[in-house]
Ligand binder design. Structure first.
Ligand code: IPE
Ligand code: IPE
Ligand code: MG
Length: 237
């Protein structure tokens, strides 16, 4: 059945905090990693659905700078799943004309994963379909830490007078990517957990109860419908 999107404004950029994998597995008396596996499959489908609905940028939070504090066995599984995911993503990006970028501190990832990511980013850089960002070892505070800006200032790239929010954004991982209009966090939790701190200054937030492995196109449309009910004022009246 065709989706009824008539009259709906489709956000250009949707960002998703994919939460609830562990609880989804627990409900089924399965280990947490089972939830992560299922969650990975949902990401692939949602990329297609998002593009189908007319979304141009999709960013998903896959692993935070704080997630290293989970038990080693869970971290290892997540990294293995991400490895696997980068390989399927290589095929999918080609098939679906999808550009993939990984945001976050990649230097802390295993060398082989870094290489996979670099290859995927390079191979997909000219694709003109969905712009898909995976936040991996990502933390908003880590991204904003001003070392890079200070270094460039020291090297004479700009003067203090020139430094303003627009210039500052050039030094973020999301350089060139518009801010998300809509942020979805599944599983009912209502917090940001260090996701895109700078970029969400004027985003709309939506917190459905659905756990990430159960998220689907219908849920995405519901989120867009909610977004359409919001009155965005940007400080005006
Ligand atoms: C989100 O699901 C996936 C990652 C953080 C990698 P969780 O693993 O946080 O699932 P819950 O919140 O424990 O249910
Ligand atoms: C946020 O979820 C990180 C990702 C979805 C990758 P968490 O489950 O790690 O966040 P907290 O610990 O509940 O804040
Ligand atoms: Mg969680």
């Amino acid at each position: 059945m065709a989706d009824n999107l008539e009259g709906l404004k489709i956000p250009e950029h949707v960002a998703i905090i994919m939460d609830g994998n562990g609880r989804w597995a627990k409900k089924r008396l399965m280990p947490r990693n089972f939830g992560h596996k299922q969650g990975g499959k949902v990401v692939e489908q949602i990329c297609r659905d998002a593009y189908d609905l007319g979304i141009k940028y999709l960013t998903v939070y896959a692993f935070s700078t704080e997630n290293w504090s989970r038990p080693q066995s869970e971290v290892d599984t997540l990294m293995d799943l991400l490895r696997e995911y980068m390989s399927t993503c290589m095929e999918n990006s080609q098939k679906n004309n999808m550009r993939v970028r990984v945001i976050g501190d990649k230097s802390k990832l295993d060398e082989d994963l870094q290489q996979k990511i670099a290859a995927l980013e390079e191979a997909s850089k000219d694709y003109t379909g969905l712009n898909f960002q995976v936040a991996l070892n990502y933390g908003g505070r880590d991204e904003i830490a001003v070392k890079k800006v200070a270094e460039n200032y020291k090297n004479g790239e700009f003067t203090l007078d020139q430094l303003n929010p627009e210039l500052f954004e050039e030094y973020l991982d999301t350089k060139g990517i518009p801010d998300p209009e809509l942020v979805i966090r599944t599983s009912g939790e209502k917090r940001l957990s260090n996701f895109l701190l700078w970029q969400v200054a004027y985003s709309e937030f939506y917190y459905p109860e659905v756990l990430w492995p159960d998220f689907n196109k219908k849920e995405l449309i519901k989120a867009i419908e909610q977004f359409n009910k919001r009155e965005r004022r940007f400080g005006g009246v």
